[in-house]
Design a protein. Structure first.
Length: 171
């Protein structure tokens, strides 16, 4: 199996001094690596869901490609004030301040089974907000999939404690 970590670069001191940013744009630029990434995700996420939810913005890229490869639909979880229809939203804490994630209120029928996807899980705050939002809309979060997990930051464990199964390709 191809090791995807070689296609992901680390940029020091972005977006703030001391942060080692894992940059997946190099993975996306490499067609073979991106294809292998989607195949590897498809192999571990199962098929027991109807929709793949992507978190804006990098999560959209992986969610859309994965959903297409599995024949599933895509649910967009967006930053505040981007969606045109009536929305539901969840606020979540950032290191400094707050953010909000939203989805269309009518996007999922009650009981719809959803796979949550993002490029990376760090503290888990973003993914937990995404899971809470899907549940608020009546959906069932079947599991969450990430290209990269930063296990030292505890996000995957926090998400599991929240009742969500977690899979990731690269640590
Ligand atoms: P968390 O909420 O788990 O602390 O942070 C994860 C969110 O922030 C994800 O939406 C992810 O895209 C973004 N993020 C945080 N750190 C990084 C990083 O080093 N690389 C990338 N690509 N995204 C990051």
């Amino acid at each position: 199996m191809r090791d995807l970590s070689a296609a992901i670069r680390t940029i020091p001191d972005f977006p703030a001094p001391g942060i080692q940013f894992r940059d997946i744009t190099t993975l996306l630029l490499d067609g073979a690596a991106f294809g292998a990434c989607i195949e590897q995700l498809a192999a571990v996420v199962g098929e027991d869901f109807n929709l793949v939810a992507g978190i804006e913005a990098r999560g959209f890229v992986f969610a859309a490609a994965l959903a297409h490869s599995l024949g599933k639909g895509v649910l967009l979880l967006r930053k505040r004030n981007k969606l045109p229809g009536a929305t539901l939203g969840v606020n979540y804490a950032l290191e400094y301040g707050q953010d909000r994630i939203e989805m269309h209120a009518d996007a999922v029928a009650p009981g719809t089974r959803v796979l949550l996807v993002d490029d990376l899980i760090a503290t888990g705050g973003t993914a937990k907000a995404g899971a809470a939002l899907i549940r608020q809309a009546g959906g069932v979060v079947v599991r969450a999939a990430f290209v990269i997990d930063l296990p030292d930051l505890g996000g995957a464990d926090a998400l599991r404690a929240d009742g969500v199964e977690v899979v990731a390709l690269v640590a």
